[in-house]
Write a protein that binds this ligand. Structure first.
Ligand SMILES: [Fe+2]
Length: 532
């Protein structure tokens, strides 16, 4: 029996268990990290989008407030009616100016950011001006109708913005325009507020002019103009009100969001280097992955700590098993030796009484085993064959010793008594629980293939194969050695006898095997001088 190498088994169990744990652990970690990474990227993009929304809302509120103030100024009915009177020629310019200037001056209190108001007539000729005057760079009467919302412009070191609204009379006709000059520093502050956008992010405010993207305030890097990316984002935002994601192939992959400021042609754009936008995520995911690896590592160590004592117990157990098997094998070997000794002893008791057949059984056993081996029988069968051969004549124990040892011919009665020895031997051995059919082999060692043998007159396959081998070995040994009634006839005579009756008295295959052994000088006949 093959005993498992327990130490190797223990090592394999631990190695495979730890590997499986590592694979499962890493699999679980990856399964958790990949969706986490995706979710975080989405969140970062959404945060940028949300940031843009906030900027747009802040800018819109500022711009809307300016528009509201302009409409508030134009809708003040007292001074509006005065303008109507002037337009109808019912009021002089001096009177209009004297009447209107104070009221417009009051309106200046609507906002600290309001720098000045210019009221112009139907022909855009300036009529009344309070506070700072409108710089010609922003608007002049020749330009005609002023823009409702101008562009932030740097004039004398100050960012200013012009907002205008028409003055409508009671009948809805246009009586003139109010031009409000605002300090645009608030707008600039909103655009310059890029703290949340990291090192690379910037907010760009501008509009799409005929010549391309017009950027209102200096960019974060100090440049004033828009590049191709800005132009593309502006032109797309001009037609698509939805926030736009734009990643351009190039040295710096950017994520760009742009959105049109509602109620204007202004466009707000947010851009950030994609790597920077996602850099925190990568670091976080890396640290989570490192944590997972550490956990898996601890798990593996823990696994080893648990498995070692467990498999150690298995080692002890298999060690015991090994010892038990060895003990069992030793006990079996001892039993086999005892059996052999007993068999030999039993065989000797017959041979002591019958010196002529002394050694006969042992030699028959040797020859039978040699034939069996030549026929390729298994080792276990050969063991049985040896035992049966050694005691095949045990039945002779009941025959009077003088009958066995007396030289000369036997009477018919004596012959009958001697013929009984195979059946008697079977009787003796029947009660012994051998692992082989020893009793049957002994009973039938005088049976012949044609049914002429005794005691049962069995034929061919009815006879146990081992008994057929014993029959040939018995005859060969008997002829080749001295008998009480004659001298040894020799191996050649023995071989002639069995070959002559091959297939009739003796099994042809057994005879053939015996012939091969004899021809090759491998027949174990012992060292008696009677044999050549
Ligand atoms: Fe016999």
């Amino acid at each position: 029996m093959q005993v498992i190498d327990a130490v190797k088994l223990q090592r394999n169990i631990i190695v495979y268990a730890v590997l499986a744990m590592a694979v499962v652990g890493l699999g679980v970690a990856l399964a958790a990290i990949i969706p986490l990474h995706r979710q975080m990227v989405r969140s970062a993009d959404q945060a940028l989008e949300h940031g843009l929304d906030l900027q747009v809302a802040a800018l819109r509120e500022t711009v809307d407030r300016m528009g509201d103030m302009a409409r508030q100024v134009t809708s003040r009915s007292v001074i509006r009616d005065a303008l109507s009177s002037y337009n109808q020629g019912a009021m002089s310019l001096d009177k209009l100016q004297a009447f209107t200037a104070d009221k417009l001056g009051d309106s200046m209190k609507l906002s600290r950011d309001m720098l000045g108001i210019l009221r112009v007539g139907r022909d855009y000729r300036p009529l009344v001006s309070v506070g700072a005057s409108v710089p010609p760079a922003l608007w002049s009467p020749e330009a005609g109708e002023p823009p409702a919302l101008g562009a932030p412009t740097l004039i004398d070191g100050r960012w200013v913005l012009l907002v205008s609204a028409p003055i409508l009379g009671r009948d809805g006709t246009r009586e003139g325009h109010d031009l409000l000059l605002f300090d645009a520093q608030g707008l600039r502050a909103i655009v310059a507020d890029v703290e949340t956008l990291g090192r690379t992010g910037e907010i760009i405010l501008g509009r799409l002019a005929a010549s391309g993207a017009q950027v209102f305030f200096p960019r974060r890097d100090g440049s004033a103009g828009g590049d191709d990316e800005v132009a593309e984002a502006f032109s797309r935002a001009a037609i698509d009100p939805e926030p736009l994601y734009l990643t351009r192939p190039g040295a710096v992959p950017d994520v760009v969001l742009s959105q049109r400021l509602p109620g204007s042609d202004w466009i707000v754009m947010v851009r950030q280097d994609l790597a920077e936008l996602h850099s925190n995520i990568d670091q976080l995911v890396l640290s989570v992955a490192a944590g997972a690896l550490v956990l898996v590592g601890f798990g593996m160590v823990g696994f080893v700590l648990i498995l070692r004592p467990l498999t150690g117990r298995m080692l002890v157990h298999t060690g015991d098993l090994k010892r038990q098997i060895k003990d069992g094998e030793r006990a079996q070997a001892a039993l086999e030796r005892a059996l052999e000794g007993t068999i030999e002893a039993v065989a000797s008791t017959i041979e002591v009484r019958d010196p002529y057949t002394a050694g006969h059984q042992r030699r028959v056993a040797e020859i039978a085993v040699a034939i069996g081996r030549q026929l390729g029988l298994p080792a276990e069968t050969l063991k049985g064959l040896r035992v049966a051969g050694t005691i095949h004549d045990i039945g002779k124990i009941g025959i009077p010793a003088e009958m066995l040892t007396r030289p000369g011919r036997l009477s018919a009665l004596e012959f009958d008594i001697i013929r009984n020895h195979s059946a008697d031997g079977c009787e003796i051995l029947n009660g012994v629980d051998f692992p082989w059919p020893i009793a049957d082999m002994v009973r039938h060692h005088h049976e012949r293939m044609d049914g002429s043998g005794y005691p049962d007159g069995l034929k061919g396959d009815e006879i146990l194969f081992e008994a057929r081998i014993l029959a040939v070995a018995d005859v060969v040994e008997a002829i080749a050695s001295d008998r009480p009634y004659r001298a040894a006839l020799g191996l050649d005579a023995a071989m002639r006898e069995i070959i002559a009756h091959s297939g009739t008295l003796f099994d042809a295959a057994v005879v053939d095997a015996c012939r091969v052994l004899a021809a090759e000088g491998r027949l174990p006949l012992g060292d008696r001088p009677s044999l050549q």
